[in-house]
Write a protein that binds this ligand. Structure first.
Ligand code: HGY
Ligand code: MN
Ligand code: MN
Length: 419
């Protein structure tokens, strides 16, 4: 049985995670790694050298997705993909995404060193900009690979300084047309992503592995509120059109709309809010905020989006302010392939690891890879379910378990016959 011959080099993997964490624009233990910024570029150079050292053939596409291929004995067959992201939101942790990239590399190295020979090539992917931090849209690289974004994004997507995707990717050394990024439907026979759970279930239930069966449907809104500014003393309360008070009412309405579905799978967050002019003695004239609304059920999620629009209209009329709502994205959920779910279950069982089938409430690049290939995900526990925080943590044994399950699943999927 393959699992008995596989040796995951834990020290090498932990050293890789530590090295990657050193490329950051934050004070440790916080991690910030904005796509195309200096730390991201240094990470990519380092990762490429690690893939080269493992004898993988490396290429990058026009938006910076990286592909490191371990050629199989039947290279004409559709490959098996694995991977995740290395960009990190501001002041976050060192395991989100990186466990899937470095764990995928370690799975390949362990398979190589066990003497295993895959029929289908096994390809490690590093997706560009899984996090929405820079362009306000998550999963930029995997959206493009799966045809969800075309070359108009080059001029349309801008960061907070107004620099376009075209300018930023060119400065990072990625040239070529974005129209070349999209992969054909039969490029991968399967895609499996290893990721920390970013929730408390596995740890609470004392389980080693999560076998993801579906991935939540994310949506994002940009909401701007235009009121009337003025002197904090000179304008009497009943004469005001305070944009921040109106925004506050809208934020509470967003929370209430999510709670009102009665489902724990409905989540709504306003994580970004800028108040202008931002002086303590000046009535806010404008508020710009962004809301993240997600659910495993697309209809239920869309119902919440409608309720939020209604709330904005109501508050605008009541407070005599202007409220504009822009839909940034509203993506469909993804269902994992039964065949891959079973391959992951089999791999966990083979390694004597406890597991459960579960939903992913975080979104991942697998959400978009599901549009062009059968996908599956392997989750490992993270302490107290914490993620997107500097104290995000998965223990070495948990990471090693996840890599072992991933390696066995990749191995079994790479032997499947067929085209
Ligand atoms: O927000 C998410 O679910 C992912 O971590 N980007
Ligand atoms: Mn994340
Ligand atoms: Mn992630």
């Amino acid at each position: 049985m393959l699992s008995t011959q596989l040796h995951i080099d834990r020290d090498r993997l932990l050293a890789d995670i530590k090295t990657l964490a050193s490329f950051s624009d934050d004070t440790p233990p916080g991690i910030s790694r904005l796509v195309f910024a200096d730390a991201d570029q240094k990470s990519r150079v380092w990762l490429k050298s690690q893939c080269d050292a493992a004898g993988l053939s490396v290429r990058e596409d026009a938006v910076g997705n990286m592909f490191a291929r371990w050629m199989g004995t039947r290279p004409e067959l559709a490959a098996i993909g694995t991977g995740s992201h290395i960009d990190a939101i501001p002041h976050s942790g060192k395991f989100d995404g990186t466990v899937g990239v470095l764990g995928g590399l370690e799975a390949i190295r362990a398979l190589q060193q066990s003497g295993f020979e895959p029929q289908r090539s096994i390809e490690l992917l590093l997706f560009t900009a899984e996090e929405p931090t820079r362009f306000g849209l998550g999963c930029l690289g995997s959206r493009m690979l799966s045809g969800g974004l075309d070359s108009t994004a080059d001029a349309r997507l801008k960061d907070s300084e107004g620099t376009t995707l075209a300018q930023l990717r060119a400065a990072a050394g990625f040239s070529g047309s974005l129209d070349q990024v999209r992969l054909p439907g039969n490029y991968y026979a399967a895609f499996v992503e290893l990721h920390i759970e970013q929730g408390p279930q596995l740890e609470k239930e004392g389980l080693a592995v999560g076998v993801v069966t579906s991935i939540s449907a994310p949506a994002a809104l940009r909401i701007s509120v235009e009121g009337e500014g003025g002197h904090a003393g000179g304008v009497l309360m009943h004469d005001r059109k305070d944009a921040f008070c109106a925004a506050a009412e809208i934020v509470l309405a967003i929370e209430a709309s999510a709670l009102a579905t009665g489902s724990v799978d409905t989540c709504a967050t306003v994580g970004k809010c800028h108040v202008y002019p931002g002086a303590v003695n000046s009535i806010p004239c404008r508020v710009e905020m962004e809301a993240d609304i997600r659910d495993t059920d697309e209809q239920r999620r869309n119902q919440v989006l409608r309720k939020i629009e209604e709330a904005c209209t109501r508050v605008a009329a009541a407070r005599k302010v202007q409220v504009s709502v822009t839909l940034i994205n509203a993506d469909a959920p993804a269902t994992c392939s039964t065949r891959i779910v079973e391959a992951v279950v089999q791999a966990a069982a083979e390694n004597g690891l406890s597991y459960k089938k579960m939903v992913s409430r975080a979104y991942h690049d697998s959400l978009f890879m599901a549009r062009i290939a059968p996908v599956g995900m392997v989750f490992i526990p993270c302490r107290d379910g914490v993620s997107h925080r500097p104290d995000e943590y998965s223990a070495p044994q948990e990471i090693e378990n996840g890599v072992k399950v991933l390696a066995c699943a990749l191995a079994s999927l790479s032997q499947a016959a067929g085209d």
